[in-house]
Design a protein around this ligand. Structure first.
Ligand SMILES: [Zn+2]
Ligand SMILES: [Zn+2]
Ligand SMILES: [Zn+2]
Length: 362
């Protein structure tokens, strides 16, 4: 997901010698003068204000500081020689950066009470305004929620539900298949008792059919109805008319005492979703012919204007009386197959339950 930079903020560090809090970019402790240690961990200020000063913002954007390979002094990104010893900084190690520190603290922080004199101080100051004591330990710890992605959530339960239904369906299917497989086919001798046929012709008629679809998918010749904007897709890059949806801003350590405030964003592209009408052939009626002989016929069709014949269907049924006095039924859609079963003729049948699987003339 693309990141959007909102700006830069100053981080803080706590002096390991005296416990005082110091502004992130400051390389030595205000209180005791001790240098910022090499393994210093920058923290978010209680109240983070985006840097407005252009020059300072440029410094913040420059990147992580570089440790001098000779004396260990930290130098700003882009420096060629160490400001302390003059050593060549090529090969110097850049400070670790890119760590997410927490949600951007844009709101005002609660005032803090001085541990020494009890005076109330704004959370942004490092020392008590009344007595000068360090306020390092009193900084209120704000909850730092993990940055939330902008992507919509809540699809998981639905997916799980679908999964369960699918598994049940597969189990049911396998169960039925197993039952069928375990019912053995048996051989029975049978005589054709009766035959029956049904032939059907569908009648179709031109009619208006309404559909919905994206505007660019509406077929030519369709009558366009009303359209409304609907979410078409979500993408990483901005586009004209796209809706920008961003997650909670959060602060990322720049390795220089500054933090970058970023937001993960995505872009929702909306397109016209339309209903439209097309003229198309639709099932309207059907004509049927039936009989109880071996001479099936198609029903006669009388079409009105704007009508045509649709699909044809043929179903044939043969009923046998087995030598076990039970009745068995054979079904087919093939007229030539059906024509073999003369009433009264004798057959060797393979049956499953009451259905005939195959038949061979005796
Ligand atoms: Zn100190
Ligand atoms: Zn150096
Ligand atoms: Zn005080």
């Amino acid at each position: 997901m693309p990141q959007k930079t909102l700006g830069y903020v100053q981080l803080e560090w706590t002096c390991p010698s005296c416990g005082s809090r110091n502004p992130g970019p400051q390389k030595a402790c205000t209180n005791c003068g001790a240098p910022q240690p090499q393994d210093v961990e920058f923290e978010q200020a209680a109240e983070e204000t985006l840097i407005a000063d252009q020059a300072q913002a440029a410094r913040a954007a420059a990147g992580p500081d570089i440790h001098c390979p000779y004396c260990g002094t930290r130098n700003p990104a882009g420096a060629q020689r160490c400001k302390q010893c003059g050593g060549d900084l090529v090969g110097g190690q850049a400070r670790a950066s890119g760590q997410v520190l927490g949600a951007h603290r844009s709101g005002p922080a609660q005032p803090v009470a001085c541990p020494a004199c009890g005076a109330s101080n704004p959370a942004t100051v490092f020392n008590c305004g009344q007595c000068g004591a360090s306020l390092a330990e009193t900084r209120p710890s704000q909850p730092a929620p993990q940055p939330s992605a902008a992507a919509p959530q809540g699809k998981k339960p639905l997916l799980i539900g679908c999964g369960i239904v699918l598994v049940l369906a597969i189990c049911a299917f396998l169960g039925l298949a197993a039952l069928g497989a375990f019912t053995p086919a048996k051989d029975v001798a049978g005589r054709v008792r009766s035959v029956a046929w049904t032939r059907t012709i569908a009648i179709e008629q031109l009619a208006d059919a309404r559909y919905d679809g994206w505007r660019d998918e509406v077929p030519s010749g369709a009558r366009l109805g009303s359209c409304s904007k609907k979410l078409h897709h979500t993408q990483d890059s901005p586009a004209p008319g796209a809706e920008e949806v961003c997650g909670t801003p959060y602060t990322v350590d720049q390795g220089s005492g500054y933090g970058k405030v970023v937001q993960d964003c995505e872009y929702r592209v909306y397109e016209d979703w339309c209903n439209y009408t097309v003229r198309e052939w639709r099932a309207f009626d059907e004509v049927k012919a039936t009989g109880a002989n071996l001479n099936p016929e198609w029903p006669s069709v009388r079409l009105s204007t704007g009508q045509r014949e649709g699909e044809r269907e043929e179903d044939y049924q043969v009923v046998f009386l087995g030598n076990d006095d039970k009745q068995y039924t054979y079904q087919t859609n093939n007229a030539a197959d059906f024509a073999r079963f003369v009433v009264g003729s004798n057959w060797e049948l393979k049956v499953k339950g009451s259905s005939v699987v195959s038949a061979q003339k005796q």
